[in-house]
Design a binder for this molecule. Structure first.
Ligand code: NAP
Length: 248
C-alpha cells in the first residue's frame, strides 16, 4: 500500500482525507491510502516519516514554515514563498513544495475585476505567504494585517485595516479565526465596512460560510470559501507524488 497523509497539530477541521479517498475511488486506485496525522511536534520528522513509510504528505497549520529546515530540498516556489504544504519523499529525502500558491491564484483569477488591484491579507502565517506570492504573480499589491503588527514590519493592525477597507476591495482571510470548531470567531474585532465592490476570500472551508463571510455577504460583498483551493492544492500535490513515482 502506498501511504500518503496530512500532518498538522489539530486536524478535526480537515476534509483532505475525504477528498483523497473520493479521488482514489473515482480513479480506481486501490493501492494508495491517505491518513490524517495529528503530530504534537515536528521534532524527528524525517525518522517519523521513514517509520510510517510515507511517500508524500501535506502539511498544515501550524507547521508550514516550521518544516522548512527539515527538508532535504525545496522547489524554487516553496523557497521563494518560505512555506511548504506538500512534501515529496524520494529515497528517504524530503523535498518541499508549495501547491497553496498556484491553487489560490487559479481559484481567485476568474473572480477578479479591475478594481481588485490592492488586497488586505489577514494573518502572517504559512498560508498568508503563499497568498502574497500568488497576488504578486497576479500583479495585485497587498498589505498584511496582524494582531501583533509590531512583530511584523510589513503588517498593519486590524484597527488600521478597518480604515483601509473602504479603498481596498480584495480581502483574504489567512487566519484560522472562524474555523471549526471555533465557528463564532472572526478575525475582525469590529464589523468591517464592506460594499458590493468587495471580494472576500476566506481560506477556511469548514464551515463553508464563516462568520467573516456571513458579515461580508450581508454587506453585499462577493464571497468565496477555501473549498476550491483545497481541491486544487490536493490535485497538484497528487500530481507531484505521481510524477515522483514515475521518475523512479
Ligand atoms: P498559521 O501558520 O498558524 O498562521 C495563521 C496566522 O493567523 C497566524 O500567523 C496569526 O497571525 C493569525 N491568527 C492565528 N490565530 C488567530 C486568531 N484567533 N485570530 C486572528 N488571527 C489569528 O496557519 P496557516 O497554515 O497559515 O493557515 C491559516 C488558515 O488557512 C487555516 O484556517 C488553514 O486551514 C487555512 N488554509 C486553507 C487552505 C485551503 O486549501 N483552503 C490552504 C492553506 C491554509 P498574527 O499573529 O500575525 O495575527
Amino acid at each position: 500500500m502506498k501511504k500518503y497523509g496530512l500532518i498538522g497539530k489539530k486536524l478535526g477541521h480537515s476534509w483532505s482525507k475525504d477528498w483523497f479517498e473520493k479521488m482514489f475511488r473515482q480513479e480506481g486506485i486501490r493501492d494508495a491510502a491517505y491518513q490524517l496525522y495529528e503530530l504534537p511536534t515536528t521534532d524527528n520528522l524525517s525518522q517519523w516519516v521513514a517509520q510510517e513509510g510515507l511517500l508524500g504528505f501535506n502539511v498544515t497549520i501550524p507547521y508550514k514554515q516550521k518544516v522548512i529546515p527539515m527538508m532535504d530540498g525545496l522547489d524554487p516556489e516553496a523557497e521563494a514563498i518560505g512555506a511548504v504544504n506538500c512534501v515529496e519523499v524520494v529515497g528517504g529525502r524530503m523535498i518541499g513544495h508549495n501547491t497553496d500558491a498556484p491553487a489560490f491564484a487559479q481559484t481567485l483569477q476568474p473572480l477578479l475585476h479591475p478594481w481588485h488591484s490592492q488586497a488586505l491579507i489577514l494573518g502572517t502565517g504559512g498560508a498568508s505567504k503563499a497568498v502574497a506570492y500568488a497576488l504578486q504573480q497576479l500583479g495585485i499589491s497587498f498589505t498584511f494585517v496582524s494582531r501583533t503588527p509590531e512583530k511584523h514590519p510589513h503588517a498593519i493592525s486590524y484597527a488600521a485595516a478597518l480604515d483601509c477597507c473602504s479603498q481596498t476591495y480584495l480581502i483574504v482571510n489567512c487566519t484560522p479565526a472562524g474555523m471549526f470548531p471555533d465557528v463564532d470567531q472572526s478575525p475582525w474585532p469590529n464589523t468591517p465596512p464592506l460594499t458590493e465592490r468587495h471580494l472576500c476570500y476566506d481560506l477556511i472551508y469548514n464551515p463553508t460560510k464563516t462568520r467573516f463571510l456571513q458579515q461580508a455577504k450581508r454587506c453585499g460583498a462577493s464571497i468565496v470559501n477555501g473549498l476550491a483551493m483545497l481541491e486544487h492544492q490536493a490535485q497538484l500535490s497528487w500530481q507531484i507524488w505521481l510524477d515522483s513515482q514515475q521518475d523512479k
